[in-house]
Structures are given as structure tokens and as C-alpha cells.
Design a protein around this ligand. Sequence first.
Ligand SMILES: O=C(CO)COP(=O)(O)O
Length: 300
Amino acid sequence: MSSSSPITYPTLPPKLILTSTKAYFPPSRTISYLGSILDTKNNILPLLTSHRDQVCFVLIPDFLTIYPCAQTLTASNNLTSPNPSSWPIHLGAQNAFQSSTYGAYTGEIVPAALKELGCTVVELNHAERRRLLGESDESAAAKAAAVCALGMIPLVCIGELDKPKNTHGPLSQAVGLAMSQLTPQIEAVLRAVPPDAPVIFAYEPVWAIGAAEPAGVDYVGPVVQAIREVAGRARAGTSKAAEVKVVYGGSAGPGLWSGKTNGGNGLGKWVDGLFLGRFAHEISGIRAVVEEVVESLDKS
Ligand SMILES: O=C(CO)COP(=O)(O)O
């Protein structure tokens, strides 16, 4: 890519349902998992296709299976080369190296290679990578810049470490404490990428990942609102500022979007989407979430 050619980014619809398989599945299971998502009998694809302008599903498999997943998506559309804009779902990666070029980076995966395979989204800074591999706000920022330079969208995970002691009564203190950790994570990334680059923040309270249930809607909602305000301030005054989306992850699953499991107090009114983990391992979990999101669109 020449330095003067303008970068174009994928267009995403208003609502996103994303799932990362982390390193849970053997490759064969990831391939059959994608097959089940695409199997119209499972009623995920028909719902997504009929609401294509409003919602999309992003599958984020491990690195080894991105290539066969891209081949499957290409073949399912009777295409001969990857053309993500015509795929029924988007493909993402779980990480990328912070270089915008190919080069001598043994063992790393550069964004250019992910782009060629058809990835549109690159997840960065997951809490597990921060804990296990020492990733930081600085590495997230450098990687996000490289991802944007290749015309992909960074999906940057942010989250506070500790569960708030008290989320009953006035929330301002708990939200303030969370934002003291989240604000530098947000600002580091938005400083590093061009203002016209779309960014997705996945708000994943670290204490809610791998838990029995997600963080409470009455807590997540105001935190998400505060995240939007910080992001808005970071991009204020810049011309052609692109959208910053905020999705929630951390034991998210069926019932959360609509509030079916929570007396009708759904998270859908606060966020642009959900980032699923374990509760999407069964196809029925994905279908239930897609149905809830689509139902909310039909009502609005
Ligand atoms: O980390 C997550 C998504 O990236 C969430 O995982 P769980 O839904 O399994 O807690």
C-alpha cells in the first residue's frame, strides 16, 4: 500500500455479536462450529441475512483456523478468492503483531496477513493476554495503529480488575473507580490511531470473565456511558471522526441482551453488541443471542 493511498475501513452495521473461541477448540471443532453457524437449519444465518444492515456476527477463531474458515466462507458464497464484504459473517483474529509490514518477526502474525485472509476485525489487549503475556496499554496502542494502517478495525478489550464492593445504591463511586482504570486504556488507543479509524471497545470487567454470570446491567450501563464520554472527548474537535462502538463481554450469553433472565432489564439498550465466550460454545447459545438482538431491532 502506498503511503498516500487513503485507507478505507469495513462498514459495520449498528449491532454486533462477536465470539472468540480463544484456545478452547481443536481445529476440527472450529471448522465444524463454523459449518453449524452457516447451516441454515440452525436459523442463525437466515436471521443475520434478513437483518444484514442492522446486525452482524463476527467469528474470532484461533490463528490456525482463520485460513480454513476463510476458505469455507469463500466457498459458501461460490467465490474463488476471499471477499469479506460478500461473506455472511465477518472473520476476526485474536491478536496481531505491531508492524504494518511483513518482515523478520519470527513467530508473529502481522496484520497484513490477516487482511489478505479476509479478517476485518482484530482483537487486542484481552485480559488473558495482559495477565499471561504482560500486554499493556502501550502494546495495545501500537498494535491498534498497525491494524488500522491495514484498513481493519481494532477490537480493543478494556476492563477493570476488581469487582466493585457495592453496586447497590448510588453507583457513582463504583463507576468512578472503574473509569480510573479504563480511561488510560481508552485514551492510549485513541491517541495512537487516526481519528477516521473506527474502533470497537469491548468492555470486559476482568472479574466477570470466566465467571458464572455477567456483571449487573445496572453497573455495566453507566460504565459504558462513561466509556462513550471518554472516547467522545478523545475524538472531539477532530474532523471526520469515525464511530467508536462499545460492546460488553464477560460471561455474556442468552438472556443478557433482552433481560429475559433479569426481570426485563436488558443490556441491549446500553451497548452496541455483545462479545461472547463460553456461552457461545453451543450453537443454541449463539442462536438465542442472535434471536434476542433481532427481536429488539424488530421492536424498535
Ligand atoms: O473473554 C471473553 C470474551 O473475549 C468472555 O469470555 P466468557 O464469556 O467465557 O467469560
